[in-house]
Design a protein around this ligand. Structure first.
Ligand code: FAD
Length: 327
């Protein structure tokens, strides 16, 4: 059978895992930098495919602003996308490995017309899973500025996708449009999103994303499982009933001690900070990161979490060691 014809919605994969009581794992890949080949992606997937990942996420990277010095000494502002190609990678993985794929799609930098074009392309290529996100602000901007013809929040993007699932496209003059059939995932933040005034407000907006059509939630990374368990409890109290996939990041460098809290607004437990601080080099940090992720994974599996989502950042050596111990 042609691998591209193998289609499964992430929500069905999650439900199967819930029903069987067997936790699965998924991982994220970053498209390679512009100018590089897809080979690094294949190398990563080659090393992990034997552990039967539930699906593979492919991240979306919005444009960057670059200032180039012109011969007259003035600076020219250029817009560059350093890691394009998430749809191509998704299709390449699906066809080479027969694995389900989840491209990420963001609002940042895109008009609703460009968003729709990307979704049409995904639909034509047999992709029926998407993680719908707002995206972050551009470097140098202190708040998220939407595209003038785009969206301010992920819920608007979800609305767009659910409209397409009903055969309603942006151009309302076209009649009898083919309804797409996307399964939509969204992001959730156990330690609240960095811009949210507090967790309960953030959860209120998360519920809005679910009510608009999201079928499951993937959490931001967390290093203390109690944050995840508390978050799930608060979501359930707020009436969110969809599965909540746990996001884990294997710690790998000392600089992450300051970088991860700064970028992702997450707390690092004392024991982890002390263990990483005591490491002589990053090789030792990677060992600590593997041990920590395995311990987190064991507890989450015991609690019946259906899928663990690993933020691998395209590096698979530590992920292989974690998968050997957990799956
Ligand atoms: P939203 O849900 O829109 O929330 C953004 C903020 O606005 C929150 O503070 C929320 O409380 C608030 N809010 C939400 N709705 C409303 C509303 N209706 N009115 C007022 N306030 C509201 N980024 C990328 O660029 N590419 C990726 O591939 C990518 N993948 C990710 C994968 C996961 C699993 C996660 C957790 C994050 C990912 N991100 C990615 C990062 C994400 O884009 C950022 O965290 C972004 O700042 C918020 O995205 P969101 O979809 O959660 O936004």
């Amino acid at each position: 059978m042609c691998a591209l014809k193998i289609k499964m919605k992430v929500i069905d994969i999650i439900k199967d895992a819930e029903n069987s009581g067997l936790t699965r794992f998924a991982f994220e890949l970053l498209p390679p930098l512009k100018g590089e080949t897809i080979d690094s992606i294949f190398t990563t997937v080659d090393s992990l495919i034997g552990f039967d990942p539930a699906y593979i996420n492919i991240t979306y990277h919005r444009e960057d602003i670059k200032y180039i010095e012109r011969p007259d000494g003035l600076l020219e502002r250029r817009i560059v996308r350093k890691r394009p190609g998430m749809i191509g990678i998704a299709v390449a993985l699906k066809s080479k490995y027969g694995v389900e794929v989840v491209p990420h799609l963001i609002c940042g930098g895109l008009s609703k017309f460009e968003i729709e074009a990307a979704l049409i392309e995904m639909d034509f290529l047999g992709i029926e899973n998407v993680l719908a996100l707002r995206g972050d602000s551009l470097k140098g901007e202190n708040r998220f500025v939407p595209h003038p013809e785009g969206y301010s929040y992920a819920c608007e993007l979800i609305h767009h996708i659910t409209d397409m699932n009903k055969g309603m496209y942006v151009d309302s003059e076209i009649e009898n449009c083919h309804p797409t059939d996307f399964c939509i995932g969204v992001a959730g933040y156990p330690e609240k999103h960095g811009q949210a005034p507090n967790l309960s407000v953030d959860i209120k907006y998360l519920k809005n994303k679910v009510d608009t059509g999201a079928e499951y939630i993937v959490t931001q990374m967390f290093f203390d499982n109690s944050k995840y368990f508390d978050f799930v409890e608060q979501c359930r109290k707020a009436g969110i009933t969809v599965p909540i996939i746990a996001g884990l990041k294997p710690f790998s460098t000392k600089t992450q001690l300051s970088m991860l809290p700064q970028i992702f607004h997450v707390d690092l437990p004392d024991d982890l900070v002390n263990a990483v601080t005591a490491c002589k080099n990053n090789q030792e940090v990677r060992e600590v990161g593997i041990e920590w992720a395995v311990a987190q994974g064991r507890e989450l599996i015991a609690a019946g979490v259906p899928v663990l989502h690993f933020y691998t950042m395209g590096k698979s050596d530590n992920m292989v060691r974690i998968a050997e111990k957990l799956f």
